[in-house]
Design a protein around this ligand. Structure first.
Ligand code: ZN
Length: 280
């Protein structure tokens, strides 16, 4: 009897970290690899828990089974193994672990005619640093209101070309891995917002060319690069399906395509996960 009671107690203590989320969003988005997404079940508390991962606030929504779930972006440089979330709720503070599994990413060699896009001169470096800071600030924004949808529409219809996470060598020199997903589509193709949001950046950048950021709420942020034209202004609210600009080849692009980033808790993750096109 006593032994049983102890076992039950142990089980109930263990339960929170063993809770496996079962709803629709969890089944779609849970790809816990470097550059992927972990969906962590938080139970059915009445009030929404606050979740933090490496000091960044994490998106929390209700899944189709009404359980709260944390949707955590995992940085591409994360080593496989256990990671810890901080959870603050009306029942007190606790930590919850999730496991990151290994994933292999391929390499790609790209030849650029414009050497300044490989090694920028000091003035270009200064410009890039200013632009980089502006983009990092937009990615770090956390609005309380949640996204209209977390399963996203494709921003354009077309073939997927460069996948997320490719290790890239420009004229033989290794640069950052590919932080987004490319669509091979002709110049002039309309780019549509994949969810409601607020436009936080409309700018012409050195590497990214003509760029739009949409803030969907709770740190869920998307970016569209190399556009030929804008159809939105900074600060504007956009609806799912609204055209935000046209595909182009501005900035560091070898030809017309759409480069699309998706970010959660200030971490760039594989956009393919959100359009049900993820390959493990
Ligand atoms: Zn790209």
């Amino acid at each position: 009897m006593r032994f049983h009671a102890l076992l039950l107690m142990a089980a109930s203590l263990l339960l929170p970290s063993l809770t496996c989320a079962q709803g629709y969003i969890s089944r779609l988005l849970h790809q816990p690899v470097p550059g992927g997404v972990a969906v962590v079940g938080l139970g059915a508390a009445e009030q929404v828990p606050q979740v933090f991962y490496k000091k960044d606030r994490v998106m929390v929504v209700r899944d189709s089974d009404q359980a709260w779930i944390a949707i955590v972006g995992i940085d591409l440089k994360t080593a496989p193994g256990a990671q810890t979330l901080q959870v603050k709720s009306s029942q007190g503070d606790r930590t919850m672990d999730f496991q990151v599994q290994a994933k292999h990413y391929k390499s790609q060699h790209i030849k650029l005619k414009n050497q300044s896009h490989v090694t920028p001169d000091p003035a270009q470096t200064k410009r890039f640093e200013r632009e980089y800071a502006e983009q990092m600030k937009a990615y770090a924004n956390f609005r309380q209101s949640g996204p209209s949808n977390v399963s996203l529409d494709k921003p354009v219809e077309g073939r997927l070309s460069s996948p997320f996470g490719l290790r890239r060598f420009f004229n033989g020199q290794e640069r950052n891995a590919h932080s987004g997903l490319d669509f091979a589509v002709p110049a002039g193709t309309p780019v549509k917002a994949p969810a409601d949001g607020v436009v936080t950046i409309v700018a012409d950048y050195f590497f990214n060319g003509k760029t739009v950021f949409i803030d969907h709420g709770q740190g869920f942020i998307t970016m569209y690069c190399h556009l030929s034209a804008f159809q939105v202004e900074q600060g504007q609210e956009v609806k799912r399906g609204q055209v935000i600009g046209l595909v182009g080849a501005t900035g560091r692009a070898t030809g017309p395509h759409l480069h699309w980033n998706v970010s959660l808790n200030n971490t760039r993750v594989d956009p393919a996960i959100f359009i049900n096109a993820f390959t493990p």
